[in-house]
Ligand binder design. Structure first.
Ligand SMILES: [Zn+2]
Length: 466
């Protein structure tokens, strides 16, 4: 069992929905309703997925009103894969305000999620200044993280709402979050470079999607991360960089943290496990999202950041679609971005991190649960096995050795992880004391998931704490 007191053989007692006691093995009372024998298993805090886009409009094919799968589908995979909490997004665009958008998303999730959930607030486009006045109230209500895109990601299209928000507005949002205990969540790519690359590649006839890593380039990540960090430093704001994909991104984060700045980095298991060569294979775009896969040296830097320090969380950027939709499009402009991988996240982190790269078990719990909970304000309710915390657990069987197959997954009609060999896999998941999945069988209900409000520990926003 992975606890703050260390890794060891512990008994854990659950009363109602919370952890009542963590005690030396063999000392907890056994006259209880149920005893789960976890001998030979690894017991880790229930996974916290900090980055999911469910029931989300798909932007790759703007001529059609397509959406990703909703929480009622995707959280089946989370439950079976050991994730007990996910954070999705409420998009605020010009013409809307924070409150109604939040209410819409909360209503969409209510009674439709197998695991607990929360929402980041996305600030997109040329928002009027009044929206920024709404930030303190949203933080007060338990929604303290604000997502911004420094790029539109794709070339302009008349039917596509741009995601980018200018650096002036980002600075204003940073000032607001810094003053009121919030954090910025940043998709960092340089708009000028990305858009120019699209233009240039189009003119040069290099439209094949296998060029995506040269459009969404390493340099683009470097420029955007540096610029964002400089701005955050000026505003005194904390930043959580989503889906760091390049060595340059990791280095920027490491340098900022060395200065004591509250800068945190996330990466995705797809970025760590695949590189752009994979785009040339028949199912290569199954592992594409924005920014793109990069080079082997970037994978090495991401793993180094995950195993030692520099990166804090391993997320999915979940964006579930069917295989046919995912493989639609072959060019840099029409491939379908977005990952499916929340179900595989914990098992892949265990296999690739702990088994293959010697990641310590505490570090494994940190990158899959604890750090996301700390940085984004769910700790200590979530992300830790300690008295008073929610009784959320994933039990991993390290003896499982198999090659993943379609049948291992519960969401959509494919997984990018089919054919991937694993050593260790989640075999039981508990959400607030209830077993919601066991050996691939879903036992929970759509009524189990609950809305979580969040509050970030001020220490997280003063200096890098994890
Ligand atoms: Zn995302």
């Amino acid at each position: 069992m992975i606890t703050p007191q260390g890794v060891g053989r512990w008994d854990v007692g659950i009363e109602g929905e919370q952890i009542a006691v963590v005690a030396a093995a063999g000392t907890a009372p056994t006259d209880t309703a149920r005893v789960i024998d976890a001998t030979a298993l690894i017991v880790s805090p229930g996974g916290v997925e900090p980055h999911a886009h469910l029931a989300h409009a798909i932007m790759s094919h703007p001529e059609e009103p397509l959406a990703t799968l909703g929480p009622e589908d995707d959280t089946q995979g989370m439950a079976c894969g050991g994730t007990t909490t996910h954070i999705d997004f409420a998009f605020v665009r010009p013409g809307s305000d924070i409150q109604p958008v939040l209410e819409q998303r909360v209503a969409r999730w209510k009674g439709n999620s197998y695991v607990d959930y929360a929402f980041h607030i996305t600030l997109a486009g040329a928002l009027p200044l009044r929206v920024f006045e709404q930030i303190p109230e949203a933080i007060q209500q338990g929604f303290p993280s604000f997502k911004v895109f420094t790029t539109n990601i794709l070339p302009p299209h008349p039917r596509r709402a741009g995601n980018r928000i200018d650096f002036g507005r980002i600075h204003l949002a940073m000032e607001k979050v810094a003053a009121h205990g919030g954090i910025m969540v940043v998709h960092g790519e340089d708009e000028d470079l990305v858009q120019f690359n699209y233009e240039r590649f189009r003119e040069e006839g290099r439209m094949d999607g296998s060029n995506l890593h040269l459009v969404h380039s390493k340099l683009s990540e470097l420029l955007a991360f540096r610029r964002t960090i400089a701005l955050a430093r000026a505003a005194g704001a904390g930043v959580y960089f989503v889906h760091t994909s390049a060595r340059e991104g990791v280095q920027s984060i490491v340098e900022a943290r060395a200065l004591g700045l509250p800068i945190y980095g996330e990466t995705l298991h797809q970025y760590a496990c695949f590189n752009a060569e994979y785009y040339k294979t028949p199912r290569g775009f199954c592992s594409h999202t924005y920014p793109s896969l990069k080079f082997p040296e970037d994978q090495a830097a991401l793993w180094d950041g995950l195993v030692t320090d520099g990166l804090s969380t391993l997320a999915t950027d979940e964006y579930p679609t069917s295989l046919a939709l995912k493989l639609r499009g072959r060019t840099i402009e029409d491939v379908t971005g977005g990952n499916i991988g929340a179900e595989a996240r914990i098992g892949i982190a265990f296999t690739e991190g702990v088994v293959k790269r010697g990641m310590s078990l505490p570090r494994f719990a940190d990158i899959t649960a604890t750090n996301a909970a700390r940085i984004l304000g769910l700790y200590p309710q979530k992300g830790v096995i300690a008295p008073g915390s929610d009784a959320d657990f994933v039990l991993i069987d390290p003896r499982v050795k198999r090659t993943l197959a379609r049948e291992d997954f519960h969401v959509s009609d494919y997984s990018p992880w089919e054919g991937w060999p694993v050593s260790g896999w989640p075999v039981m998941t508990l959400l607030r004391g209830k077993v919601i999945a066991e050996r691939g069988k879903l036992l929970g209900s759509l009524a189990d998931g609950r809305l979580l409000t969040r509050k970030i520990d001020p220490a997280v926003l003063r200096r890098p704490v994890c």
